[in-house]
Write a protein that binds this ligand. Structure first.
Ligand code: UD1
Length: 356
């Protein structure tokens, strides 16, 4: 019998890529998602890629009663991967209560429901944002966490603190928290990828949307940082590499290989690229010239952030395989596929084809 894993937020960007890797590693998957920032169409795309249709339940995890019901229906699950959360940094600063309520109530209801139903393993989708402004590079998991600039970031930090308390009080409960650096890229099939709601906050979707003509110009937020070309440096990681790390984390929990009740791993490549590196590589890889302009710094941006990846390598046996070219190329293929599809749909809705 296959081991069943519950994936909250499984229709989202990182969630959907992880579901594919789980299915391809012979796990059974139950997706819980409220579709607030994703689409049910992802389920059929996952089926197209893997040949398997995961169980899908539309649910708002803020609803404690509904969450308990779903977990009691799937109490045979061996573990939970919790992606479900709001993630727009700018919006989180404007609407902090919305973010605290959604990201933390969902977490608490999930934890309560799973433990009540005897499901002992939990993987948390965390972020390098919990390191705030780091003093030393590369960042190891022992670097002190700091209060992140954004409410979104603070929900990740608070969540990790909740998990720390929870594992201390509940001896059978095991947690792995994965701190992502900058996930970009898309599945090689071109069927799934990042789909930001409205104007993208993050660099990669902004670049691909500018190249596709949806945005007029990319704004480069500052070129006066103390870096090689003045633009900030980040550790970009392919979403498929990231997804594979989740499968290894699940196996570590299921095989009881954990050394502590709460383990934390950085997920990055260990290599930093500047904003200008990304722009230039995009132009080289795709042959598309980007319209961009340097403007002032964005509040809360740190000059340089890249991971020490030794711990994930040693304990999970994981390291990133895909290079920046592949991350950028797959993002671009996904963007073009998505725009083509959207055009076909809007054309057929407006009936323009039949007017010919
Ligand atoms: C951001 C979030 C971080 C979150 C992560 C998730 C902030 C301050 N941080 O990280 O909390 O965990 O996304 O993916 O928002 N850039 C531009 N022009 C743009 C967009 C970005 O120049 O239109 C630059 C930024 O200044 C930054 C780099 O590109 O130097 C990467 O930005 P982004 O993709 O937003 O990621 P982070 O800011 O690192």
């Amino acid at each position: 019998m296959k081991d069943k894993i519950i994936v909250t937020g499984g229709c989202g960007y990182i969630g959907s890529h992880t579901v594919i890797e789980l299915l391809e590693s012979d796990f059974e998957v139950v997706i819980l998602d409220d579709l607030s920032n994703s689409s049910e169409a992802t389920i059929s795309r996952i089926k197209k890629i893997t040949g398997i249709s995961p169980i899908f339940i539309e649910i708002d995890l803020k609803d404690a009663r509904a969450t308990h019901k779903v977990f009691s229906d799937h109490k045979d699950a061996k573990g939970v991967i919790h992606f479900a959360a709001y993630k727009a940094v700018g919006e989180s600063v404007q609407e902090p209560i919305k973010y605290y309520k959604n990201n933390l109530f969902s977490l608490l209801n999930t934890l309560e429901a799973q433990v009540y139903n005897g499901i002992e393993n939990f993987i948390f989708s965390s972020s390098a944002t919990v390191y705030g402004m780091p003093n030393t590079l590369p960042i190891t998991e022992n670097n002190k966490t700091q209060r992140p600039f954004s409410t979104y970031g603070n929900t990740k930090k608070i969540a990790e603190e909740i998990l720390e308390d929870y594992t201390r009080s509940n001896k059978v409960f095991s947690v792995i928290s994965l701190r992502y650096f900058n996930p970009i890229g898309a599945h090689s099939s071109g069927e799934i990828g990042e789909l930001p709601n409205g104007i993208p906050n993050n660099l990669m979707p902004y670049i691909t949307q500018t190249a596709a003509g949806i945005r007029e110009k990319l704004m480069v937020y500052g070129n006066d940082y103390p870096t090689k070309d003045g633009t900030p440096i980040r550790d970009y990681i392919h979403v498929v590499d990231l997804a594979k790390a989740h499968v290894l984390a699940v196996k570590r929990l299921l095989n009881k290989e954990q050394e502590m009740a709460l383990e934390i791993f950085n997920l990055g490549t260990g290599v930093g690229y500047s904003v200008m590196d990304v722009i230039k590589t995009f132009e080289t890889v795709t042959g598309v010239k980007l319209n961009y302009e340097v403007t002032s710094r964005r509040d809360g941006d740190v000059p340089e952030l890249y991971a020490s990846i030794n711990l994930a390598k040693e304990k999970l046996g994981w390291s990133a395989k895909k290079a920046l070219d592949d991350m950028i190329n797959s993002s671009w293929i996904w963007e073009q596929n998505f725009q083509n599809e959207t055009n076909v749909i809007s054309k057929s809705l407006s009936g323009s084809d039949s007017l010919k």
